[in-house]
Write a protein that binds this ligand. Structure first.
Ligand SMILES: [Zn+2]
Length: 220
């Protein structure tokens, strides 16, 4: 069904100007002529070139960084990439995120995406956080590994901070040991940091030296 829909969208994109994923404005050219760029030139130019620190740092993390607020044109583009779904937009954002992260993080050896629930896998057929992690790994020159497994459970969206913490308790496990690895954990959105802390617990138990979080957006 996703394939069928994406064929339909591709055909439409060839006929109609594709709106920018961030601001919704018209882009110059179309999907055929502009390749994977799904943001208009001003929105591409406006991608932040730096990161912000999440304060306070969630428990068990060495540091936590985010790129842009969830309620922003960039956040809108991320949601389009995640829910439409739209690989091209996520790919474009991943490279921008990687560029912003270069030289601004503690040293890391491996990049790992925060895994989504199996229900989300069934719905989307791909992991938005893994697409982001891949672009970040490429930009940083770090290998990306699928280390974490997430069990069946509920998504974090719409929950209070204590509910988030309880919801991810025991949700993650490590497929392999990560002896002395300095890990960069990548997610699309950070809210309380409970998900990242639960992942860090598992990675530290699996031997990680430290865990740093990089989130594309920060939600209130
Ligand atoms: Zn735009």
């Amino acid at each position: 069904m996703t394939q069928h829909r994406s064929w339909g969208l591709t055909a439409l994109d060839l006929l109609l100007p594709t709106p920018c994923a961030a601001c919704g404005g018209a882009r110059t050219g179309n999907a055929h002529s502009s390749g994977s760029l799904t943001l208009c030139a001003p929105c591409l130019a406006a991608l932040p070139h730096t990161l912000a620190c999440l304060d306070p740092t969630p428990p068990l993390l060495r540091a936590a960084f985010w790129w842009e607020e969830y309620d922003s044109p960039l956040g809108a583009a991320l949601r389009r990439g995640k829910y439409r779904p739209d690989h091209s937009t996520l790919r474009t954002l991943s490279l921008g995120l990687g560029q912003a992260a270069r030289g601004r993080l503690p040293p890391v050896d491996w990049v790992i995406a925060v895994p989504q629930t199996p229900q989300a896998w069934l719905k989307r057929g791909f992991s938005p956080a893994h697409v982001l992690a891949s672009g970040v790994g490429e930009s940083l020159g770090c290998p990306v590994h699928r280390v974490l497994h997430r069990g069946w459970g509920q998504a974090q969206a719409g929950r209070s901070a204590p509910e988030r913490q309880a919801n991810v308790q025991g949700a993650f496990s490590a497929r392999v040991a990560v002896p002395d690895k300095r890990i960069l954990l990548v997610d699309d959105t950070v809210t309380s940091g409970a998900t990242a802390s639960a992942c860090a617990q598992v990675l530290l138990n699996a031997g990680a030296n430290h865990v740093v979080l990089l989130a594309a957006t920060r939600a209130a």
